[in-house]
Write a protein that binds this ligand. Sequence first.
Ligand code: F0G
Length: 359
Amino acid sequence: MPFRPRYTGLIEKYRDRLPVRDDTRVISLGEGNTPLIRLNHIPGDLARGIDLYVKYEGLNPTGSFKDRGMTLAVTKAIEEGSRAVICASTGNTSASAAAYAARAGIRAFVLIPEGKIALGKLAQAMLHGAVVLQIRGNFDVGMRLVKEVAEQAPVTIVNSINPFRLQGQKTAAFEIVEELECAPDYHCLPVGNAGNISAHWLGYREYFEHGIVNNRPVMVGYQASGAAPFLRGAMVDHPETVATAIRIGHPQSWDKAWTVQKESGGWFDECSDEEILAAQRLLAEREGVFCEPASAASLAGALRDARAGRIPEGSKVVCTLTGHGLKDPDIVISQCGERLRTIPAELDAVRRAILDRLE
Ligand code: F0G
């Protein structure tokens, strides 16, 4: 039987397209290579005529797309002799930074908004041994503090303002192109700081400019209504949304994201919390894919824009599912409580419960 070479992470796979040397010590957990899943049921019912895929980034090692950027950011931090990394985070970046710092044998400091991150993400950062600092302020405040403290302490910032993060994250676009054998017509993402939408555009542009593909997608970014500075065209001082991962009012990649919008001919729009949670549930119930609320914003928005004809029939559409649903079980249980039934531990009761539902 012929064996395929073992997959050892995106830096090894895309070495030629990333800023690493032959002797660079790579810090990897096998990130990347995530499934691109074609949706079978949802397009037929809700967005007739589009060819719809989800890129399931929740299957990265720490359960989010952040790992693509973190492998490179931490690899470069080590190469430069850094002994500690720091980030502000709504949760996923902190989980990823903590894991890759542990892998590298260095210290991670993470600033998170008190009470506003999903429990799974908090558990990850704590278990991996990061110094977890809860602040009485939101992500935007944390980001400002991180930038200030990094001027006074020997720590490397691994938020997406670190250019290596975007370089790592651009590989998601490479994978999509390789699998579809073209770029999609539309690529929809949830937007917080707008690092990821900018990174994807870098990847699509690179493959286009190097003649690997002859088309580029229209890039579409969706934000939660209570945290939608791109739609409003101005920063939001008190962002609020159930999708805590994208509870951001002062995006760090503001200018980059507007360039993406202009160059790709795309747009930004908003989704209400209700639309986000409905899309999360729909995807789980109809397709068997469990993503976190923020991730579902991409699908919620794409379905709405497809129904409205803004995304035309016949389009090939990719939605990025940025994080795994298991990160945030609380929100699910609070939404689906009615599905949990308690019955006596007796055969009769079990049989009745089954037959009731089969009628
Ligand atoms: N989806 C999820 C699940 C996220 O965690 C984030 C960002 C985004 C989307 C938005 O990506 O910022 O590149 O536009 N989370 C950051 C964090 C802010 O700290 O984990 P973006």
